[in-house]
Design a binder for this molecule. Structure first.
Ligand code: FAD
Length: 459
């Protein structure tokens, strides 16, 4: 009987476990995670008060039992012995494996400035950090929060805090917000939108130090002298893949743990995926770390199937960021522009509309969209462009058509049979199965909130 060991409790780990079980009912599976299995992507909904903490969880003891998984929650893997095929845990015990999956995720980068260790200055990445910010907010009716770093994940949390009507300020070192997700034109529209919503943006500024006064409130001092008052300071300046276990054991690493299309590391019996792995990416000629949920899910499923002896592969993930920015939708996919790409851009800041298609020859290799949630056209076009990118469909003569009719993606989408190609695409050679876990056996319900546009007629 094969012994599988999974380190981690995020989407890579849960998807891998479920996939192994689909292919092998008898294998022994052990999972070690220092946090309960949960989805970090769900943390903003908890922070916004839209769901209770438990809804962020993706498995519980009963579910692990149902899948016959020996789940060791609350323990860390501290050492990996590759030739001995053993992992040592934080309680001193050791677990042997035939196949191991490193699903250790990433850790937010520290901010090396005075005051970064003050109470109330924190990252917003884990269950514990979300809880600690909610505790600060409980003590103040409308807390003042200063977010350092205007990146994708930081802005997801900004959106949650905006829903709570907190006082918000953002400091970003680069010249514009969302520097790795949007170009300057799209970011200018987002900047105006956020400013109109009362979010104070400070781009092109660095934080010099954070100080605290006797009543516990903070002062965030910028390099050009401005000072921002805050009850809490959130550091969101990027993440680093958790590669230490792999690196110390002699596995090949670069920024992340290097893996092939089967998610296999340099040691064939050891796999890695998600935020900790550096793998093939669509429209890039080198492997990259794509620290996003869809990549984590795909990696987990491919790693699990590979570990269970299936011949599958993940030939490249699509870089995708989809963000509700306080009511303005921002999306980017793929390659956001290089010397080799050619751009088609439509910009109408007065109407909060921005669209950019990036081409290499007759193929779309990337795109940026900004628009309001009730712009149905934009939202359907976003879906179609994602499919075009995922199928890597060349457009031939339709490129000229799009240059003349930039809002009509539907015709080339249909003509080049993208939907047909998508319908035939599966990651594991068969349709995906629904997850077997729902917290409290809850069934899906729909609540129409203020952030639903008029196009979502769910009643
Ligand atoms: C607030 C927030 C919102 C997000 N929203 C989005 C979004 O909208 N869209 C999107 O695409 N992505 C989003 N992401 C990113 C997404 O959540 C991650 O890409 C994804 O969680 C990565 O999955 P993973 O399994 O690789 O790692 P993780 O989910 O980080 O899971 C790794 C787990 O392993 C545990 N672990 C690590 N080392 C050890 C060890 N040595 N021993 C035991 N356990 C260990 C960690 O504590 C952690 O629980 C968001 C992230 C955050 C923080």
């Amino acid at each position: 009987m094969t012994q599988h060991l999974i380190i981690g409790g995020g989407p890579v780990a849960t998807n891998a476990v479920e996939t192994i079980r689909q292919f092998d009912a008898a294998a022994k599976i052990t999972l070690v995670s220092d946090e309960p299995a949960h989805s970090r992507m769900a943390l903003p909904y908890w922070l916004a008060g839209q769901v209770p903490r438990e809804h962020t969880h993706t498995a519980d003891a009963a579910y692990w039992q149902k899948l016959q998984v020996d789940a060791r929650i609350g323990l860390r893997a501290t050492q990996l012995d590759v030739p001995g095929k053993r992992v040592t845990l934080s309680d001193g015990s050791a677990v042997a494996f035939d196949r191991l999956l490193l699903a250790t995720g990433s850790t937010p980068a520290p901010l090396p400035i005075p005051g970064a260790d003050l109470p109330g200055v924190q990252h917003l990445w884990t269950l514990a950090q979300t809880e600690s910010l909610l505790r600060i907010a409980d003590a103040k009716p409308r807390p003042r929060v200063c977010l350092i770093g205007a990146g994708f994940i930081g802005f997801i949390m900004l959106n949650a805090m905006y829903k709570r009507d907190w006082h918000l300020a953002v400091v970003e070192r680069e010249a514009h917000v969302l520097p790795r997700m949007l170009d300057a034109g799209a970011a200018a529209i987002v900047t105006q939108w956020l400013t109109d919503k009362g979010v104070a943006l400070h781009c092109g500024a660095s934080v010099k130090r954070i100080t605290q006064s006797a009543d516990g409130s903070k002062s965030v001092e910028l390099d050009h002298g401005d000072k921002l008052d805050a009850d809490a300071v959130i550091i969101g300046i990027g993440v680093r893949p958790n590669v230490e276990l792999a690196r110390a054991a002699g596995l090949k690493t670069d920024v992340g743990i290097l893996v092939n299309d089967q998610m296999q590391t340099s040691a064939p019996q050891i796999y890695a995926g998600g935020d900790c792995a550096q793998a093939a990416v669509l429209f890039s000629d080198k492997p990259e770390v794509l620290a996003i949920q869809p990549t984590a899910v795909d990696h987990g499923r491919v790693a699990g199937a590979s570990m269970a002896g299936q011949n599958v592969s993940c030939a490249g993930s699509l870089n995708m960021n989809v963000l509700d920015c306080c009511g303005l939708q921002c999306v980017s996919f793929g390659n956001l522009g290089t010397a080799q790409t050619e751009a088609m851009t439509i910009s109408n800041p007065a109407d909060n509309v921005y669209r950019k298609l990036l081409w290499q020859g007759d193929q779309i290799v990337g795109s940026i969209f900004v628009g309001r949630a009730n712009d149905v056209g934009m939202l359907t076009d976003v879906g179609m462009v994602k499919g075009i990118l995922q199928t890597q469909t060349p457009f031939g003569e339709w490129k000229k058509y799009l240059a003349e009719n930039p809002f009509d993606i539907r015709r080339p989408y249909v003509a080049t049979k993208v939907a047909h190609k998508l319908a035939q695409t599966t990651l594991l050679g068969r349709p995906a199965k629904a997850r077997g876990y729902r917290f409290g056996n809850a069934q899906p319900t729909t609540r129409v909130g203020p952030f639903h546009g008029i196009y979502v007629n769910t009643q």
